[in-house]
Design a protein around this ligand. Structure first.
Ligand SMILES: [Zn+2]
Length: 95
């Protein structure tokens, strides 16, 4: 006898044979104090949803376009020159 486990999305009913791409979603409401993450595991108001439903609920977002590359950081030599330049300008009053 074989036993098959089937994971079903609580929101849309889509099923699949593995728990991969399923998330537990719940809400913890607490007045004041810090919300402690482990309470999520004991939260009674939670559901298990598939990735599309997670996105519909607004908890997951596909990564967007790659942000533009940042300029290369200045080298140590450039930093030293800039510091020296600003010190000279400060001492001479030049701008
Ligand atoms: Zn779903």
């Amino acid at each position: 006898m074989a036993i098959t486990t089937r994971y079903t999305c609580d929101k849309c009913g889509t099923g699949q044979p593995t728990a991969e791409q399923f998330w537990s979603v719940g809400v913890v409401v607490e007045h004041g104090g810090e919300i402690i993450q482990y309470r999520m595991r004991t939260c009674e108001k939670q559901m298990h949803v598939c990735r599309p439903c997670l996105q519909l609920l607004g908890f997951y977002r596909e990564s967007g376009p790659t942000p533009p590359a940042l300029p290369a950081p200045p080298t140590l030599e450039e930093l030293i020159r800039e510091i020296a330049r600003s010190q000279v300008s400060e001492m001479t009053g030049a701008t």
